[in-house]
Design a protein around this ligand. Structure first.
Ligand code: PLP
Length: 380
C-alpha cells in the first residue's frame, strides 16, 4: 500500500534524460578527474522508501546546510571500473555483485537505507551504457594500446540528506552514481611509510575500518601528507603500538610474499575478522586466483607485524610485497620506511615488480579486458 515504504529502488522505474550539452573531449585523458556527462540519482525517505531512479545531466545537487552528511559524515561510497572487452568491444565491469554488497554493508554501518543488489547492478549497467562514449574504442580494428589502458572509474555513493542538527538516524538519503576518467597507475614501485601507531591509527578492532565510509579517509590525509613530504607514496597503516600489526597501504590492501621457516612460499595479508581492513574486491580476487592456480603457495589471512617484514628482509626470506585495489590495481612495493629505516623489498622482474605480482596482474587484466571468458567479467 502507499503507506508502506518501498524497500528497494527498482531498475524498471528508471528514467533517462540525456544531456544536450555533452562535454567536449578530443583525447579523453585530457579530462582526467573531471566527471562525465550524466549522474544517476535515487532519493529515499523513511516514510515512503525509495523513489524512482533517474539518470540526468551531471549537475550540483541541492543540499541543505544542516544535512546530516555535512555534520555527522553519513556518507559511504564504492570505487569500480568499466573496461572494453578486447575481443568484442563490449563494456564490462568486474564483480559488481561484490561492490553492491559492500555498499549495502557500508550503508548499514552508518544507518543509511538498504537496497536490492541486483536492482543496483541493473542501474549501474544502464548508467555505464549512457556514458559509453567516455571509453575509448577504435572500433572493430585492432585493439590499440590506448584502448587497453583505458577505463572509466565509477563512483556509487550514498549520503544522509535530512536537514537536522540533532544527532539521529537520517530520515532522508540519496544514492548517486557518478563517473570520471582516472590515470592508470603505471608508475614506479611504491615507497610506503609504516605509520607510527602510538601517534595515529586508521582503523582499530571494533572500529569501522572495514566499511567504505568517507569518515575513514579524510582523517588519513594529514599523515598521508606527512609521508608525501618525506618522499613516500602511501602510508602502510599499522595499529597496536606494541604489536604493530599491518592493515592496509593507503587506499589499497597489502600483501607480502615470503618463505616460511618450513621453506614454503606464503602469501600473507591482514585478516577481515579484526574489521580493520576493507574486504577489497581485488584482495579477494587475488586470494581466490592464487588458491586456484598456484596450489603450492600457502595463502594466509592473519595478523602480521611490520617487524616480521623487517626480519624477513634481514633473513632474506622476503620474496616481494604489493598493494592492490581498484585504484592502484596491483602495485609492487619496493621500499618500506619502518621506524627510521628504509627496508628494501626485492623487485625481481626488471627492478619493477615481483614475479607473483606480475603474474597476478596479468591474470586480472585478462579478465578485465575480456581476453578470457570469466564469470567475474560482467558485460553491461
Ligand atoms: N582498502 C581501502 C581502504 C580502500 O579504499 C580500497 C579501495 O577501494 C581497497 C582497500 C581496495 O578495495 P578494492 O579492491 O575493492 O578496490
Amino acid at each position: 500500500s502507499s503507506d508502506c515504504p518501498v524497500q528497494t529502488f527498482r531498475a524498471r522505474d528508471l528514467t533517462i534524460t540525456r544531456s544536450t550539452n555533452l562535454k567536449p573531449f578530443s583525447d579523453p585523458r585530457t579530462m582526467i578527474g573531471s566527471s562525465t556527462d550524466h549522474m544517476l540519482k535515487v532519493s529515499w525517505s523513511s516514510s515512503t522508501g525509495w523513489g524512482a531512479p533517474e539518470i540526468v545531466p551531471y549537475a550540483p545537487i541541492p543540499l541543505d546546510p544542516a544535512a546530516t552528511v555535512l555534520h555527522y559524515a553519513n556518507e559511504c561510497f564504492e570505487g569500480m571500473k568499466a573496461y572494453r572487452n578486447k575481443n568484442t568491444g563490449k563494456i564490462q565491469v568486474f564483480r559488481p555483485d561484490l561492490n553492491a554488497k559492500r555498499l549495502n554493508m557500508s550503508a548499514d554501518r552508518i544507518a543509511l537505507p538498504s537496497f536490492d543488489n541486483d536492482e543496483f547492478i541493473t542501474l549501474l549497467r544502464a548508467y555505464v551504457v549512457v556514458e559509453e562514449r567516455w571509453l575509448a574504442w577504435s572500433g572493430n580494428a585492432a585493439f590499440t594500446e590506448a584502448d587497453e589502458s583505458d577505463f572509466l572509474y565509477l563512483r556509487p555513493m550514498m549520503i544522509g540528506t535530512t536537514p537536522r542538527l540533532g544527532l539521529a538516524k537520517p530520515n532522508d538519503a540519496m544514492l548517486l552514481i557518478i563517473a570520471c576518467k582516472f590515470p592508470s597507475w603505471h608508475s614506479r614501485p611504491l615507497r610506503l611509510l609504516a605509520s607510527s601507531p602510538a601517534e595515529t591509527v586508521r582503523a582499530w578492532p571494533g572500529g569501522f575500518g572495514f566499511a567504505k565510509v568517507g569518515a575513514n579517509y579524510g582523517p588519513t590525509l594529514q599523515y598521508q601528507n606527512h609521508a608525501a613530504s618525506l618522499g613516500y607514496d602511501q602510508v602502510l597503516w599499522l595499529f597496536d603500538a606494541d604489536k604493530r600489526y599491518v592493515t592496509e597501504a593507503g587506499g589499497a590492501n597489502f600483501f607480502v610474499v615470503w618463505r616460511t621457516d618450513d621453506g614454503d612460499v606464503e602469501l600473507v595479508t591482514a585478516p577481515l575478522e579484526a574489521k580493520t581492513v576493507l574486504d577489497g574486491v581485488t584482495r579477494r580476487s587475488v586470494i581466490e586466483l592464487v588458491r586456484e592456480r598456484m596450489p603450492d603457495i600457502r595463502v594466509t589471512e592473519r595478523q602480521f607485524s611490520v617487524d616480521e617484514i623487517a626480519a624477513a628482509v634481514d633473513s632474506q626470506k622476503i620474496i616481494e610485497a604489493f598493494a592492490c585495489g581498484t585504484a592502484f590495481f596491483i602495485a609492487p612495493v619496493g621500499e618500506i620506511g619502518i621506524t627510521g629505516r628504509d627496508v628494501k623489498i626485492p623487485l625481481k622482474v626488471e627492478g619493477k615488480s615481483g614475479v607473483y605480482a606480475r603474474t597476478i596482474k596479468r591474470w586480472l587484466e585478462e579478465i578485465f579486458y575480456g581476453e578470457i571468458d570469466h564469470a567475474w567479467g560482467v558485460t553491461v
